[in-house]
Design a protein around this ligand. Structure first.
Ligand code: PMP
Length: 402
């Protein structure tokens, strides 16, 4: 077997820890273990039939060819309308790009801008991919811990203190994976007031969970509340989570024209364009009746409420109430320092997660993977029965600690 010398942009990054956790669950299930899987990062619903029908109609109509590099006009119009009506963002059609999932759009945006040694501010807890995307593009992630005391959110003071002449980006994710915390309009305004003072700093706002919303304040976007950031802000979104379309691979963003053009230029050499059929389905999803999303959010909300109640009834655990998305991020501080029935000391959240997996058959992802300990992430994109059974098992496992 030959050993290939791989590029450092590959050897310096990790495989996503949530993908690794999901693989561990598959392995254990293959061994015949019954596992309650709370690692899932995608809706447990199928794509609505009306959206599938729109895709089938597109195939039948011959929408089976390359599209423009920056996406079809139909989809960009749908995105433009969505940004305007939901978030009060004004943009031209050529300020929107479309890629193979929000993940790809964010990656290519970093590729288009980050030079060796540039700093990217990543508030923690963060979505697992951000630091590795930065590293893969030669940048240096600057991790800023945003603990429970600040609602897991970046404050204007912390942002300003972290900005240096090398800062290229700050990444915001609202509602957040893993905490579900979302920024209010006032909080975004305050962050925007800092950013306008530093025009060399770009802000990447990942709003992929923006439609999965429970908070009693309204969803807002930094570009909607601070239009003066137009030359600095990239706001990304996609169809994966809202419409249960993770496999269709469509994401999009609005941003400064020169950045969008650069993203398109790279895409022209990478993939030419995202799938024509998926773009047609995405345009339909964004413009059709939204009652399917509303129904899904009702179901996620009921699960969030139940999981929040059950977790907070466990003495060793405590959990904030998520504003959106489909995750809970409980603290397991009360379990650290305790001992399992077979004599193992729980030293950190990784030990706690392994204990839950081995003794209770409950799979979660440990907080360290998201840059904040001692916590763990559980997903509510699974049935109420599974959530209740898993929380019951977690309670038993915690009660058995000494
Ligand atoms: N951002 C966050 C915070 C996510 O959790 C995910 C999906 N796990 C993505 C982006 C990627 O979404 P997409 O499927 O559009 O690439």
């Amino acid at each position: 077997m030959t050993r290939i010398k791989l590029a450092s942009r590959v050897t310096n990054i990790r495989v996503s820890p949530s993908t690794a956790a999901a693989q561990k669950v598959r392995d254990l299930k293959a061994e015949g273990r019954e596992i309650l899987n709370l690692t899932v990062g995608e809706p447990d619903f199928d794509t609505p039939q009306t959206i599938k029908d729109a895709a089938i109609a597109a195939i039948d109509a011959g929408d089976t060819k390359y599209t423009p590099v920056n996406g079809t006009e139909e989809l960009r119009k749908a995105v433009q309308h969505d940004f305007k009506t939901r978030l009060n963002i004004d943009c031209e059609l050529n300020e929107i790009c479309v890629g193979g999932g929000a993940k790809q759009v964010l990656f290519v945006a970093l590729m288009a801008t980050v030079e060796e040694g540039d700093e990217v501010i990543v508030p923690a807890p963060y979505w697992v991919s951000y630091p590795d995307m930065v590293i893969a593009n030669g940048g240096t992630p600057v991790i800023l811990t945003c603990g429970e005391d600040v609602g897991f959110k970046l404050t204007p003071q912390a942002l300003e203190a972290a900005i240096t002449p090398k800062t290229k980006w700050v990444i915001l994710n609202s509602p957040s994976n893993p905490t579900g915390a979302a920024y209010t309009a006032d909080e975004l305004r305050a962050l925007g007031d800092v950013l306008v003072k530093y025009p060399h700093v770009l802000v990447m706002c990942d709003e992929i969970y923006g439609r999965i919303w429970y908070a009693d304040f309204k969803p807002s976007s930094i570009l909607g509340v601070c239009p003066e950031l137009k030359g600095q802000a990239l706001v990304s979104n996609g169809i994966s989570k809202s419409y249960a379309m993770t496999g269709w691979r469509i994401g999009y963003a609005v941003g400064p024209l020169d950045l969008i053009n650069a993203i398109n230029k790279l895409q022209s050499q990478m993939s030419s364009c995202p799938s024509s059929v998926s773009q047609a389905a995405a345009a339909y999803a964004l413009t059709a009746d939204q009652s399917g999303v509303e129904e899904a959010v009702k179901v996620y909300r009921a699960r969030r409420d139940r999981a929040h109640e059950l977790i907070n009834a466990i003495p060793e655990l405590s959990c904030t109430l998520p504003d959106g998305a489909f995750y809970l991020f409980p603290s397991c501080a009360g379990a650290i320092g305790k001992t399992t029935p077979d004599g193992k000391l729980i030293e950190n959240d990784l030990d706690f997660g392994l204990y839950l997996l081995e003794s209770a058959g409950v799979a979660s992802v440990h907080g360290g993977a998201y840059g904040l300990e001692p916590y763990f992430r559980i997903s509510t994109a699974t049935s109420m029965e599974e959530i209740e059974a898993a929380c019951g098992k977690i309670a038993e496992a915690c009660a058995a600690l000494k």
